[in-house]
Design a protein around this ligand. Structure first.
Ligand code: MGD
Ligand code: MGD
Ligand code: SF4
Ligand code: MO
Length: 721
């Protein structure tokens, strides 16, 4: 507060909100003076977050008027320069071009890609999806299909237990596969409670919980685990099959539950039979006694589940890995049973089935659904696969994408295959980016529309609604004035629909089109069916636990079963087991490589966001290539030296950092750094984009089209000047 004028304190108002720099939504207090934020800190009174914040969230004041912030719409002129125009003019021009594309090439020529920040604006996803339905375009994409699509895919194949899985609190075991919640503050259902993850982890260890981590890296979570299985990258299917084999063979599974609610057990037994201890040791690099210990500890517990993160989902066979985790939970019946209390039924989610019964598998992709023109893929859980959106732009013919709205995303550093993505962006008739800075993708746009940052808009935590361990919610009101001629993501679609004469129909009915609705009104329509009326959440000052919502699992009545061996799984497991291995136990088909490059996250940035702030720059200005010190020594280089990293899709330069956390032959690097291929050469200042290493037409997943975004076979050589 020292930077304020002397009499300013009297005029400063402290307002409650929650941070939306990342998906963790920490409750915050912001000091506001003359409509501008002047200080931000964690809200210590919040009942869930209890005063947690991180370095990223503490940059929100800087974010408001940072020199890199775009505050007026920018239009690219024919000579490549940018012209500032008004939002009204930008929307008029964009709408005319969109209408032209629909009229001339059909609705499918218009695509949306909703990236990370579309998930933080709580009406964006619902409204953008409804806009696409309104114009009849299936070209709807989000970052989920290049993130952990295996989660939804495996649920649809396996079925789900309507009563829900055990939560982390109160569990006595946890099996965590390639998920590092202490850094990412992301954990799927049943994983480490992410809201204050270090505390949750410490409390769990203190309570005697046995945590097993499967990760090629000795992560922050692994360091506190009871057992760390330092798996060879991409070998989770092998290791999990080996663990399941032990559980079945030693009859450690819940036979009562399985006989009542599970099908496919005999086939599963046959599928895992060849994943013997010797085989797993040779291929996944995990000694037999550790496999046995993991199986016995996991099955020996009473509560606690297996869950995973991006690492295994981005490595080959991610859908299978997710399936095997579900299978472990099912075999050990890690589900809430009749009479169990559900800690959080969801506040904003409509009342769903909470019975002690199985919701049968359903179709989420494949035959009968809208088809992609690439690799025979189809829509997956209502979205087209982002991994091949660059091909959909490049490939001529009916359905070719010509207009792209990139909503809070950064395809140039996030989509697999950077070179192809660049070609695709250059071919578009119209590229519109909603962003706050000149990102690698925004540089290629025809229009950049400045988005509002979280303090400038109303939101509710739709995304995290069912992640809390209590029925918690928070209506964040707009607390500062907009710093420019800005748009919200939902508003962009409303303005567009309004101009081209289409409808936006959401759960609560159509959005009014005669006059622009308020954000509150939009949220009431998009979240229609909430368990607590939105107005009640709005009236609370800050976050609140709605105690009255707690309830218990009801008796079940359905005779549906969870399928541990749905179509395709046995074949996939046999294919993997059938691969020829080299002497060192790695699949021979991967050819010669020196390292497998795995993905990891960094605490101080959020994908490609945050790199511009001074406080964050002090933590590092590059995405280091973490390698084992012995690998560096063998190359005759030391930490801080540069290496060429070459993968199937291209080459980047990395700044090495030696660490004992990973074994030899592995390199860990964070994605979404660096810039366009034309701006290489300043790796120490801006990092390097790992998405250039992969190409999306080899070694891709048959359902999602995702190539290897982790465990990428690369050749690493020192840069010799
Ligand atoms: N190799 C490899 N590839 C990966 C991954 C990996 O681990 N390895 N991870 C994948 C995953 S999990 C994901 S989610 C994707 C991420 O994919 P994207 O979402 O496409 O990438 P981000 O870098 O998160 O892009 C966020 C953009 O939003 C902008 N932004 C920041 N703040 C705001 C705001 O307040 N409003 C708006 N409108 N924009 C804002 C940023 O400047 C940035 O340009 O990448 C995927 N790609
Ligand atoms: N601070 C910060 N937080 C973030 C983000 C960020 O950029 N910064 N990104 C956000 C996003 S978009 C997402 S989706 C979530 C992701 O959240 P997480 O999934 O927790 O992401 P990571 O921290 O990268 O953890 C992935 C782990 O997988 C391991 N791994 C890599 N390959 C393999 C493999 O083949 N097998 C196994 N078993 N493990 C493997 C890596 O070593 C790493 O420890 O985080 C979100 N949170
Ligand atoms: S973890 Fe950090 S960036 Fe994420 S919501 Fe909390 S304060 Fe914001
Ligand atoms: Mo993600």
């Amino acid at each position: 507060m020292s930077a304020l004028p002397e009499d300013a304190n009297a005029a400063v108002e402290t307002k409650k909100t929650y941070c939306r720099f990342c998906h963790n939504y920490c409750a915050m207090e912001v000091d506001v003076l003359d409509g501008k934020p002047v200080a931000v800190r964690a809200d210590t009174s919040d009942p869930v977050y209890g005063g947690y914040s991180c370095i990223k969230g503490r940059q929100l004041v800087d974010a408001y008027d940072h020199e890199t912030r775009i505050t007026n719409p920018l239009k690219k002129l024919p000579d490549g320069n940018w012209q500032e125009i008004s939002m009204q003019q930008a929307m008029d021009e964009i709408a005319a071009k969109t209408k032209h594309s629909i009229d001339n090439y059909g609705p499918r020529s218009v695509a949306s890609y909703c990236g990370t920040y579309a998930f933080q604006e709580s009406a964006a996803l619902v409204v953008s999806r409804a806009f696409h339905a309104g114009i009849g375009s299936d070209s709807y994409y989000t970052s989920v299909t290049i993130d952990q699509p295996g989660k939804a895919i495996s649920m649809s194949r396996h079925g789900v237990w309507a009563g829900g899985v055990h939560s982390f609190e109160g569990a006595d075991v946890a099996l965590i596969v390639g998920n590092n919640a202490v850094i990412s503050q992301f954990s799927p259902y049943g994983g480490i409670t992410p809201f204050s993850p270090t505390k949750a982890l410490n409390d769990a260890v203190k309570s005697g919980m046995k945590i097993i981590v499967i990760d090629p890296r000795r992560t922050e979570v692994a360091k506190k685990a009871h057992l760390h299985l330092q798996v060879r990258p991409a070998e989770d299917p092998t290791l999990l099959s080996g663990i399941i084999r032990v559980i079945l063979e030693e009859e450690l599974y819940d036979k009562d539950f399985c006989s009542k609610y599970v099908e496919g057990l005999d086939q599963l037994k046959a599928s895992v039979a060849d994943y013997t201890l010797d085989y797993v040791e040779k291929r996944a690099g995990i000694p037999a006694e550790q496999v046995l210990e993991a199986a016995r500890i996991f099955a020996g517990g009473k509560r606690g589940i297996a869950s995973g993160g991006t690492g295994p989902n981005m490595s080959p066979h991610g859908n299978l890995t997710e399936h095997l985790m579900h299978t472990l939970n099912t075999l050990c019946a890690r589900y809430n049973m009749e009479g169990d209390k559900v800690p959080n039924p969801g506040v904003l989610s409509p009342a769903g089935n909470r019975k002690a019964e199985v919701t049968a598998p359903w179709q989420a992709y494949g035959e009968g659904l809208p088809k992609s023109r690439i690799h025979g893929l189809t829509q997956i859980f209502g979205e087209m696969p982002t991994a091949v959106l660059n091909d959909e732009i490049i490939e001529p013919g009916e359905g070719q994408v010509k207009v792209l709205f990139s909503i809070g995303g950064n395809p140039m550093v996030a989509w697999p295959d950077q070179h192809k993505t660049k070609r695709a962006m250059d071919m578009l008739d119209l590229l519109v980016c909603i962003d706050v800075k000149m990102s690698a993708t925004a540089k290629l746009a025809d229009y950049i529309l400045p988005g509002k940052i979280c303090l400038e808009r109303d939101d509710v935590p739709v995304l995290a609604d069912t992640w809390y361990n209590a029925p918690y919610s928070h209506y964040a009101k707009t607390i500062v004035d907009p710093n420019g001629d800005l748009t919200e993501e939902w508003e962009f679609y409303w303005e567009l629909a309004n101009r081209i004469g289409s409808e936006i129909e959401v759960a609560g009915g159509p959005l009014p089109m005669d006059a622009k609705p308020s954000k509150f009104d939009v949220l009431e329509l998009t979240t229609a069916g909430t368990k607590v009326p939105l107005s009640e959440i709005y009236e609370k000052d800050g976050g609140h636990i709605f105690e009255e919502l707690e309830f218990v699992v009801e008796p079940g009545e359905s005779d549906a079963k969870l399928d541990v061996s749905p179509p395709g799984i046995a074949e996939e497991m046999a294919d993997i087991r059938g691969l020829e291995l080299t002497e060192t136990g790695r699949p021979a088909k991967d050819g010669d490589y020196t390292h497998l490059l795995i993905s990891r996250r960094l605490k101080h940035v959020y994908n490609s966001s945050g790199q511009q702030f001074d406080a964050i720059k002090k933590k590092g200005t590059t995405n280091p290539a973490y390698m084992n010190p012995d690998d560096l020594e063998e190359m005759g280089i030391k930490s801080g030296d540069l290496v060429h990293i070459t993968g199937p899709g291209g080459s980047i330069v990395g700044v090495t950092q030696g660490t004992e956390e990973i074994g030899r032959g592995v390199c860990a690097m964070t994605h979404a750094w660096g810039d366009l291929p034309s701006n290489d050469g300043s790796v120490r200042e801006i990092g390097s984009p790992t998405n250039r290493l992969m190409t999306n037409h080899i070694d891709y997943d048959p359902i999602t089209g995702m190539p290897r975004q982790s465990s990428i076979p690369v050749v690493i050589k020192p840069v010799v000047d």
